[in-house]
Write a protein that binds this ligand. Structure first.
Ligand SMILES: Nc1ncnc2c1ncn2[C@@H]1O[C@H](COP(=O)(O)OP(=O)(O)OP(=O)(O)O)[C@@H](O)[C@H]1O
Ligand SMILES: [Mg+2]
Length: 248
């Protein structure tokens, strides 16, 4: 495996009982790269993220995160090695304070930075979380909760971030903020796989993109190539995109 490759996936399949969710996917993500995965509802994007973090079993094919075989490594080990998955719909601990959410996410073992330094890095990226540190997570706005979910992942200094629909349910203002943060994380060298239905935004912060339909990739290229593809323009930059982007 070339040293620059963070994620390498070869011909993976996964199913939910009789439902075939992933049908022979292959791709690679290199160090520092942001890869966008776009596709309609039910095309298999979330299933792919779940397969990559070890939550959904891969029935055949190969997947490696750095030197770890994803098909043979438990999820908590992958997490400890720096593969962090922020699932669809966030996942913050609602009844705990913001600061305690971060404390629980911080992994004591084998961390170069202490908690105070780690949390300072997160607060630098999300000043709003610093202001709200003592507030219950459940009382944060949707956008702030999304920031907290990303903050929880960043506190462990990930090597690969799997982001599933970070703009889901957010107003245009918060969507812009979340995408600004993604851009900033990318500039700091983080390797990111970004699943989004907000295709235009996703492509604007990504290097490369894959388009998924019915568990398969139907198109791949640089973000610019994909953004200029007539099928993508018709299917993902049309009315549904506008409707999603305009809601608040
Ligand atoms: N737990 C499950 N049990 C059975 N089928 C599932 C399960 N989760 C997803 N599926 C099915 O697998 C297929 C892929 O779903 P998946 O959630 O990966 O799509 P998606 O691209 O993330 O969609 P969305 O854009 O709506 O989030 C769909 O047909 C879905 O109905
Ligand atoms: Mg999904």
């Amino acid at each position: 495996m070339p040293s620059s490759s963070v994620l390498r996936v070869q011909n993976i399949f996964a199913s939910y009982g009789p439902i075939k969710a992933l049908k022979g996917l292959s791709f690679e993500v290199r160090q520092g790269e942001t890869l966008a995965i776009i596709g309609a509802n039910g095309s298999g994007k979330t299933s792919l993220m779940r397969a990559l973090s070890g939550v959904l079993p891969i029935s055949s094919g190969q997947a490696h995160f750095l030197d770890w075989d994803i098909t043979k490594t438990p999820t908590h080990v992958l997490t400890r090695q720096g593969l962090l998955h922020i699932p669809e719909g966030r996942g913050t601990l609602q009844s705990l304070k913001v600061i305690d959410n971060l404390k629980l996410a911080w992994d004591i073992e084998s961390r170069e930075l202490g908690f105070e330094e780690s949390v300072a890095r997160v607060f630098e990226i999300f000043p709003r979380l610093k202001e709200r540190a003592e507030q219950m997570a459940g009382l944060l706005s949707g956008g702030e909760q999304q920031m907290l979910a990303i903050g929880r992942a960043l506190i462990d200094q990930p090597r690969l971030l799997l982001l599933d629909e970070p703009s889901m349910g957010l107003s245009p203002k918060y969507t812009s903020e979340v995408f600004k943060v993604i851009k900033r994380m990318k500039e700091q060298g983080l390797t990111i796989v970004l699943v989004e239905q907000n295709a235009k935004r996703a492509l604007s912060v990504s290097d490369r993109a894959l388009v998924m339909a019915h568990g398969e990739f139907i198109l791949e290229g640089t973000a610019l190539e994909v953004a200029q593809n007539p099928l993508v323009i018709e299917s993902y930059f049309g009315e549904s995109f506008k409707a999603k982007d305009d809601r608040s």
